[in-house]
Design a protein around this ligand. Structure first.
Ligand code: NDP
Length: 260
């Protein structure tokens, strides 16, 4: 796996915390054994990204990874459009895009959800993911044999099993599933792999955000649960990216054993 990933350039959205952050570390650790790779870490919180970049280099060694932190709000089409163009030359030849950025704005019944929250969830989780994909696909499609590269979309169990109070978030994650499936079919004759990973409950900042920052409420709901860690998902992301180039791990559902 290290040899397959070595030398690649990996872009991760939402890399400033949780699953995205762990995924950055996991790519760096895995590829370090074979000479390393390049990471482009994106999110809105640039200070967190810079700290993560420093920590990754400190862990795997300067010669084994190159990390570029880039402030990017995926919900802003103009920022996404300019993203590839502004990359330094040595990071432009992207091989892997991990579309991980996502959020939930509160859990409420549909009639109570503010229009602003609906728009924020769709603009980030769905339109942001689509815009990132469209920005990077031309790089993949310029390559021989119809193109090559990996698009790994982070969906959710919520996209498969909607729940009361989660209507908008669930709808965004269902939209990701549809988009991912259609895109995979459109690119079937190429070497571009379009893959989706759907986590169940993972212990991240997300768990608290879901309850508008009310940690006590989040703790009460999650009491007795043994959630996955961000590293559990990161290992799967790197696993699918590290398969032989004609192996497509198209659709992965991963949840803690207590979660029915
Ligand atoms: P976190 O809240 O820890 O991470 C979310 C990441 O998304 C942050 O890095 C955040 O960075 C980034 N982000 C949010 N909005 C934007 C934006 N507009 N532009 C760019 N980046 C943005 O949660 P997780 O790690 O848990 O979430 C990662 C993904 O996993 C999400 O898509 C989520 O839906 C999904 N997921 C999570 C589950 C869980 O139980 N935790 C379960 C199933 C799926 P910043 O604020 O710096 O911009």
């Amino acid at each position: 796996v290290a040899k397959r990933l070595a030398g690649k350039t990996v872009v991760i959205t939402g890399a400033s915390s949780g699953i995205g952050r762990s995924t950055a570390f996991e790519f760096a650790r895995t590829a370090a054994a074979a000479g390393g790779l390049k990471l482009v870490l994106t999110a809105r919180r640039i200070d967190s990204l810079k700290q993560i970049a420093t920590d990754i280099v400190a862990e795997v060694g300067e010669g084994n990874v190159k990390v570029l932190p880039v402030q990017l709000d995926v919900s802003k089409p103009d920022e996404v459009r300019g993203f590839v163009e502004k990359l330094p030359e040595e990071f432009k030849e992207i091989d892997v895009l991990v579309n991980n950025a996502g959020l939930v704005k509160g859990v409420a019944r549909a009639p109570q959800i503010a229009e602003e929250d609906v728009n924020t969830m769709f603009n980030t989780n769905v339109t942001g993911l689509i815009n990132m994909t469209q920005a990077i696909l031309p790089i993949f499609l310029r390559r021989p044999n119809g193109g090559s590269g990996d698009i790994i979309n982070i969906g959710s169990v919520a996209g498969r099993e909607p729940y009361a109070g989660g209507s908008i978030y669930c709808a965004t994650k269902a939209a990701i599933r549809s988009f991912t499936d259609s895109l995979r079919q459109e690119l079937i004759a190429s070497r571009v792999r379009v893959m989706e990973i759907d986590p169940g409950q993972v212990e991240t900042e997300f768990s608290v955000v879901r309850f508008y920052g009310d940690k006590a409420k989040a703790d009460a709901v999650y009491a007795g649960c043994d959630p996955l860690t961000p590293d559990d998902i990161a290992e799967v992301v790197v696993f699918v990216a590290g398969r032989r180039e004609n192996v497509v791990v198209a659709d992965t559902l991963i949840f803690p054993s207590h979660q029915a």
